[in-house]
Design a protein around this ligand. Structure first.
Ligand code: AMP
Ligand code: MN
Ligand code: MN
Ligand code: MN
Length: 285
């Protein structure tokens, strides 16, 4: 069974403006080399990549859709809402991302303080020195690896900074309702990111989807690397029943993560309307 194949449209990717390993040009080049013709750059709580691109005249290796990935709170879970096709000049959106970015610095510093209390020194200074516009736990995991505290990022999350780990700091992200409102105020569509990655039961996921739809959410990611085919069928059915559209994306961060390549994920199920249906640039495909 061939699950993943190269798709020309990938609507979820990160750059160094958040926790991606590549700069904007490197990402576009990399995506293009993997067959992607249209890429949404969706950094965590940042539209920096799109601000950078807006200053350019040169032609790009692939078409770019504006976007971002907003961290929100749903009970004690951190749920990610991708905003696509947003107007990056919108003032509500710009104020919102500025707030998220300063909260991200505060929160990462709280993690750093907790790690120092456990006995690991130098973390506060390393976090202060981070230069990304939106700092994330991925950066903190890298610091823990660099300092030899853990052998790899996975272990950093498991032992220290994951939801059930000892240095975890509970987040206070805005609500899903707020994220949807900001995205739509900027003319974009709101998409529930990678629904299979929250460790929620089907009952909890049903509640999440119903709430997201009631708040005016537009779509759900139904195709991404390693999505379980049976889960994909289940969630597609839910999305159809709630009138939600479908989105797809690799959530690419780093070329060294060999199991995630831009454009490599299964086809979006036929029955669902793609979220990009109304995007001017893509309406003819
Ligand atoms: P933050 O937004 O600061 O909470 O950081 C979340 C980011 O950390 C996610 O977007 C992932 O890129 C990364 N992440 C979360 N869990 C793991 C994990 N178990 N292993 C590696 N990276 C992870
Ligand atoms: Mn990330
Ligand atoms: Mn995410
Ligand atoms: Mn992402």
């Amino acid at each position: 069974m061939l699950l993943a194949r190269s798709q020309t449209i990938d609507l979820h990717a990160h750059t160094r403006y958040s926790d991606g390993a590549l700069g904007v040009d490197e990402l576009l080049q990399h995506a293009s080399e993997h067959g992607v013709m249209t890429l949404a750059i969706t950094d965590h709580d940042s539209i920096g990549a799109h601000r950078e691109l807006a200053t350019r005249q040169a032609s790009l290796p692939c078409e770019v859709i504006t976007g971002l990935e907003i961290s929100t709170q749903f009970g004690n879970r951190e749920i990610h809402i991708v905003g696509l096709n947003v107007d990056i000049a919108n003032s509500t959106l710009n104020e919102f991302v500025a707030g998220q970015q300063s909260y991200r610095r505060e929160r990462l510093m709280a993690f750093a303080n907790k790690l120092e209390q456990i006995g690991h020194t130098g973390i506060v200074d390393a976090v202060s020195a981070l230069s990304a516009e939106a700092v994330t736990r991925t950066h903190l995991a890298q610091i823990l690896v660099q300092r030899g505290i853990v052998p790899d990022a996975n272990r950093a999350f498991k032992r220290y900074i994951g939801r059930k780990a000892r240095a975890y700091v509970k987040a206070q992200w805005p609500s899903i309702e707020q994220a949807v409102a900001v995205i739509q105020a900027a003319g974009g569509v709101a998409v529930l990111a990678h629904p299979g990655r929250y460790q929620l039961s089907r009952k909890q996921l049903t509640e999440l989807l119903e709430y997201f739809a009631a708040m005016g959410g537009n779509g759900v990611e139904l195709s991404y690397p390693n999505i379980d085919p049976q889960f994909a069928r289940w969630i597609t059915e839910k999305a159809l029943n709630l009138g939600l559209k479908g989105s797809q994306g690799a959530d690419f961060h780093d070329p060294r993560w060999q199991w995630v390549k831009p454009g490599y994920f299964p086809d979006l199920p036929q029955a669902i309307t793609p979220v990009w249906q109304d995007f001017a640039s893509l309406s003819t495909r």
